[in-house]
Write a protein that binds this ligand. Structure first.
Ligand code: UDP
Ligand code: MN
Length: 337
């Protein structure tokens, strides 16, 4: 730059060349960028109505998506109003999990925490798809109007196999049983716990949950599938937010459509020897671009601690599995991973 030659370096710096100074600036900017990523945004109290834009920032606790769907924080006025509205209605909710192989050890804790925090006092059916019903003996104590259905499945454990089966298992269970018995259904990973209250503010036609790792990050960093060979492929100009596969739900008809379509996409890819990098989550994100959710849950409903996870006012659902995967050995034993 033209001004450079007129600038006098302070004493002590006079042996630095311009090239070294430039490198120092680059290093400092890199450090500042890294620190900004590591110290995620502070979440402020909800006031007024704010929109979460594409490639977004949660620091002002936006309360709706860019297409006008509610973005749910448990303590917001909108959630308060929705709970009051549902208090006047009669409905039943299903909570469906798959627990095969070693994942059955999560079952008892998952159910106990759901009994305490998931729609407490309201009618809930649990649907447990498992290869080991013995893990539910003795059966957990359930509140009034709450019941447990065991759906036996003969599946091999391990993601390599289950990635091709899970969506299909969920779809056929909704088709055969769930839709006859409940109005809304949520699909959840079993390696999670409900840590504080999850109420009727989460009910909607099609509900997805923001992935806590990508809510403070620019859109180009989202791990959408980019290979054009895959049916999960997302083009650069597409996409809104990145959703987690740990928790999604809605009306039975909507969740059945979602699980059926995702299963078909996964099987079509598999037939051609293709598999999206993010496995099931990639197909879920593709689907939710084509059919945007009518209700989006904030990272309060899918939380685990990582350097890029935003602080949230209340951790309502915690992913124990993803938390464990991110820890070193010492942390793992403390968390009983
Ligand atoms: N799962 C299972 N047995 C397995 C692998 C997976 O039952 O061997 C089920 C279980 O509900 C688990 C979910 O599939 O929570 C997703 O797997 P995981 O939690 O390992 O995936 P991630 O959270 O890393 O996407
Ligand atoms: Mn999981």
């Amino acid at each position: 730059m033209a001004v450079f030659p007129t600038i006098r370096l302070p004493p002590g710096l006079n042996r630095l060349t311009w090239r070294q100074l430039f490198l120092l600036c680059v290093l400092l900017s890199g450090l500042m960028y890294f620190l900004r990523l590591r110290r995620p945004v502070t979440i402020r109290p909800v006031s007024g109505s704010r929109t979460l834009e594409r490639g977004h920032d949660l620091s002002h606790r936006p309360t709706r998506t860019s297409w006008g769907a509610p973005l749910v924080w448990g303590d917001s006025e909108v959630s308060e109003r929705q709970r009051a509205a549902f208090a006047q209605r009669s409905f039943r909710v299903g909570l469906m999990v798959l627990a095969v192989g070693r994942y059955t050890h999560y079952l008892q804790h998952f159910l106990q925490s759901a009994e305490t925090h998931f729609l407490p006092g309201l009618p809930v059916n649990y649907y447990i798809l498992t290869d080991n019903p013995e893990k539910l003996v003795p059966p957990p104590e359930l509140g009034e109007e709450r019941s447990l259905r065991v759906v036996p499945v003969a599946e091999m454990p391990g993601w390599e196999h289950l990635v091709r089966r899970r969506m299909d298992l969920l779809a056929s269970t909704i088709d055969n049983q769930v839709q006859q018995e409940v109005d809304y259904v949520f699909c959840a990973d079993v390696d999670q716990e409900f840590a504080s209250q999850v109420g009727t503010e989460i009910l909607g036609t099609l509900v997805a949950t923001l992935d806590p790792q990508h809510t403070s990050m620019p859109i180009y960093t989202y791990p959408y599938e980019r290979s054009p060979d895959s049916r999960a492929c997302v083009l650069d100009e597409e996409g809104d937010y990145y959703y987690t596969s740990e928790l999604y739900g809605g009306l039975c008809s909507e969740v059945m459509a979602l699980t059926k379509v995702c299963s078909q996409l996964i099987l079509q890819d598999h037939a051609l020897g293709v598999e999206a990098q993010g496995l099931e989550e990639s197909y879920l994100n593709r689907y939710l671009i084509d059919r945007r959710p009518t209700c989006v849950l904030s990272p309060e409903y899918s939380w685990w601690d990582s350097p890029v996870t935003p602080e949230v006012p209340q951790k309502r659902v915690i992913s124990l599995g993803r938390q464990c995967a991110s820890l070193r050995d010492q942390g793992k034993s403390a968390l009983n991973c």
